[in-house]
Design a protein around this ligand. Structure first.
Ligand SMILES: [Zn+2]
Ligand SMILES: [Zn+2]
Length: 348
């Protein structure tokens, strides 16, 4: 009899089911991972609500941490027993023109974890070796999980931005992404302004490392940023096109507004806002695996960590609902208590 493990799959849009799956060997370019923790990310809605073309059933989850327990025949550089992370990008192909030009994030043949392949809401998952990230020994699997997507996304965007030490960097939105963005910006040596839509968030923003707090409900955030000299970078973690527009004029000349939050609203800025001052508006999608390694190591060295609530794997549907309702403070992480059966234990 084959060994089995527990997984939470989405059987059809909006419907979770706990199932037992049969353990399979990794493909030649894959590793098999005993998952220890998996974060619940807003992008999981792409799977749960069926926003992407999904072949159901599908196991969501792209903030998975665990130990490698089997390695495919062609895999080099990874070994059984290593603790690894899997993020949203399922692993670059290495041969398309974008990969060959060093742009692994935009690989044409990249699958998205939990969307095209089964993700980390499970005790076991398969992952392509080219997408793996290394977890520092001193970091717990629970702490590492949210850094694989929310952490990497904010870290990579700041690291690739034109801001230099001492420059004013604004973080718009203090939620799952923003509460990490503020910490990274502070530890990277920027002057940090946090922007959110109420007065109550000010103490938290300051505690996370913000030097300034701007309440965009009571103040014009663009004018407030200009009063501080203008932002070199605005990291937009809120999923609203309107807030991008209303803060854009807070950029200093040659400043850039980097959009990370996905939302349906259009972004409306005038051409003169772009042209006078040569301001830029751009998007950023998570980051490559080496930047992920660096994000994890930097987090460990500097003490950056996500604020986390944990829930056992079997409560995945509740954890997902809490995250979608905006009630998680700030990242939900599923923990596995490992009920994997071996053929021996099943026979006993
Ligand atoms: Zn994510
Ligand atoms: Zn490629």
């Amino acid at each position: 009899m084959s060994a089995t493990y527990r997984a939470i799959e989405v059987s059809k849009p909006g419907q979770f089911a706990e199932v037992r799956r049969t353990l399979v060997d990794p493909g030649s370019d894959q590793v098999r991972i005993r998952v220890e923790a998996c974060g619940v990310c807003h992008s999981d809605s792409g799977t749960v609500e069926g926003l992407f073309p999904i072949t159901f059933p599908r196991v969501p989850g792209h903030e998975a941490v665990g130990r490698i327990d089997a390695v495919g025949s062609e895999v080099k550089g990874w070994a059984v027993g290593e603790r690894v992370g899997v993020g949203f990008l399922g692993g670059a192909c290495g041969y398309c023109d974008l990969c060959r030009n060093g742009d692994l994030v935009n690989c044409k043949n990249q699958e998205f974890t939990g969307i095209h392949s089964d993700g980390g809401y499970a005790e076991v998952m398969l992952a392509k070796a080219s997408g793996l990230m290394r977890i520092p020994d001193e970091m717990s699997s629970v702490d590492a999980a949210p850094l694989l997507c929310a952490g990497l996304t904010t870290f990579s965007a700041l690291r690739n931005s034109p801001a230099k030490a001492g420059d004013l960097v604004a973080v718009l939105g203090i939620g799952g992404l923003g509460h990490l963005g503020v910490q990274y910006a502070r530890h990277m040596g920027f002057e940090v302004a946090a922007i959110s839509r109420d007065a109550d968030t000010a103490p938290l923003a300051k505690k996370l490392g913000a030097h300034h707090y701007i309440d965009s409900a009571s103040t014009d955030p663009a004018a407030a940023l200009q009063a501080l000299g203008g932002a070199q970078v605005i990291l937009v973690t809120a999923a609203s096109g309107a807030v991008v527009s209303e803060t854009f004029k807070g950029l200093r000349p040659n400043g850039v507004s980097v959009v990370l939050g996905v939302g349906p609203e259009p972004i409306q800025n005038s051409t003169t806002d772009l042209i006078f001052g040569k301001r830029k508006l751009e998007g950023a999608l998570t980051g490559d695996p080496a930047t992920g390694d660096t994000a994890l190591r930097f987090s460990s060295l500097s003490g950056v960590s996500a604020m986390i609530e944990t829930a056992p794997l079997e409560q995945a549907a509740d954890a997902y609902a809490k995250m979608m309702a905006g009630k998680a403070r700030f990242r939900m992480v599923l923990t596995m208590n490992n009920s994997i059966t071996s053929p021996a234990s099943e026979a006993a």
